[in-house]
Design a binder for this molecule. Structure first.
Ligand code: SF4
Length: 471
């Protein structure tokens, strides 16, 4: 008689988390499985069955993310209490594990474009503009929560269309907020010289977060509904002329613009005003026309690989951001024209993981010091560490750089993967450090806001849960 042999499972069962049913958005258990070099969630919804979601194509990097996790920073104030359980208590509730590295304030839902991909669902037909007093209250909520917030992003809709846009900028400036970004499609900057000039008067501590998805017509039409190549070029020329710091922001959709990652990084280096590129896989939220899970999703690991293949940042330069390692990968460098010296790989990991920001001085790290001298053709005498480049955003340590260099010499590439109904993970969302401040005085993670809170879906969920727990 033959004895049947036990067979191994075809994957490593790494653990379990809670995710969302991609059909009904119910919170469901998800097995984390490693198959070869891929990481998958296998979810099970009682109503809609088993669903599989690819979360990484680079299991080695995905595992390495765990080594970067650092203790989170607690906000100074909380806006909700723990009652229903995550993700239904936002926020921020006492269960949240990170403060707001970046806080978005949406000042309008009006826009001069109707992009097929828009997490906010904005359009020319929508026309609400938050009153200045409301925006001020939202800023005060953030200051109460953060003390000195690192970064506020004024967003929309198209925020530059707000009739009180510059008064809102003044309101940010009147508070102890370190940096402000404007999340814009660039149309006004490109087309209205007076507006751009006024923006330039405010350029200190300000950065333009410029929608810049592609260098090709077809991809722009697919993502933005219009061939915006000319607008993008005009906006960049204006920003360059005025010396306004700019980050290019790329929404990435598989088969549309994912093959342009290296080209966009290269393009960015052609502009002195550009401090870096931020790549974001499409989050399936808001308006997301014709999005198909199996053909259109792209993962952080795939974009990171294309950045590395592009050659500006190497395998060890694109590191997991310690605040939220699985969702954000980042590479920092110092640039001299088109030449970039990546520095993230040179920073000892224990520095990155330190709870308090540290100052990384070239004096302390001889290799870094020698490369500085080489790249910037400095004399080899003692380096006077001068102006701090940094506050390099998002909880990374500050860098000191040799005198004569400044924020203009910083270049960073970031890949940010927001969570949606496919890749949601309750553990990762608790580490979210990118948050919306709402007019109601709540601070809500980007991911949960777009899934449950923006459209009020949360009210029905909470009412149902209250009924279920009522005696
Ligand atoms: S995402 Fe954060 S704020 Fe929201 S319920 Fe979960 S722990 Fe609380």
């Amino acid at each position: 008689m033959t004895v049947p042999l036990r067979r191994s499972r075809p994957y490593i069962f790494w653990g379990q988390t809670e995710s969302l049913c991609e059909t009904c958005l119910a919170l469901v258990p998800a097995k984390i499985q490693i198959l070869g070099n891929e990481v998958w969630y296998e979810k099970r919804c009682r109503e809609h069955g088993v669903q599989a979601t690819l979360v990484s194509t680079d299991a080695a990097y995905w595992r390495r993310c765990k080594e970067f996790i650092k203790p989170g920073d607690r906000p100074l104030a909380l806006q909700s209490r723990t009652h229903f359980g995550c993700p239904f208590d936002c926020g921020l509730c006492p269960d949240h594990e990170q403060h707001s590295c970046l806080a978005l304030i949406e000042i309008t839902d009006h826009c001069n474009l109707s992009c097929p991909v828009c997490f906010a669902g904005s359009s020319p037909e929508r026309s609400s503009f938050l009153p200045l007093a409301t925006v001020e209250r939202m800023l005060d909520t953030l200051v109460e929560s953060e003390g000195e917030p690192d970064l506020v992003q004024i967003s929309g809709g198209e925020p530059t269309l707000h009739p009180e846009f510059f008064a809102i900028l003044d309101a940010v400036r009147a508070r102890p907020i370190r940096h402000v970004m404007i999340n814009t499609n660039g149309v006004r900057i490109a087309q209205e010289p007076d507006f751009a000039a006024r923006l330039a008067e405010n350029r200190r501590g300000l950065e333009i977060y410029l929608q810049f998805d592609s260098l090709t017509r077809d991809a722009l039409v697919e993502l933005r509904g219009a061939d915006l190549r000319r607008i993008r070029a005009q906006a960049l020329e204006t920003l360059e002329r005025h010396g306004i710091s700019t980050t290019l922001v790329v929404t990435v959709k598989r088969g549309v613009n994912d093959d342009e990652v290296a080209a966009i990084v290269d393009h960015a280096l052609g502009w002195r005003c550009v401090r870096g590129v931020n790549f974001q896989p499409v989050q399936d939220a808001g308006r997301n026309e014709n999005f198909a899970k199996d053909t259109d999703r792209v993962t952080l690991s795939e974009i990171r690989r294309k950045v590395v293949d592009g050659g500006v940042f190497g395998e060890h330069d694109m590191i997991p951001l310690p605040c939220n390692p699985e969702s954000i990968s980042i590479g920092y460098g110092l640039r001299n024209g088109r030449t970039v010296l990546p520095v993230t790989a040179m920073i000892p990991q224990e520095q990155l993981l330190a709870v308090m920001p540290n100052t990384i001085s070239p004096e302390k790290y001889p290799v870094l010091r020698d490369r500085f001298i080489e790249l910037f053709s400095l004399s080899s005498g003692p380096l006077n560490t001068g102006e701090r480049v940094a506050e390099l955003l998002c909880c990374l340590p500050s860098f000191e750089v040799p005198e004569g260099l400044s924020y203009e010499n910083v270049f960073r590439v970031t890949v940010v993967q927001f969570l949606d109904r496919f890749n949601f993970c309750v553990g990762n969302v608790k580490r979210s450090c990118i948050h919306f401040v709402t007019p109601q005085g709540q601070i809500v993670p980007f991911d949960t806001y777009n899934l449950f809170y923006r459209d009020g879906r949360i009210d029905g969920i909470r009412a149902r849960m209250e009924r279920e727990i009522a005696p």
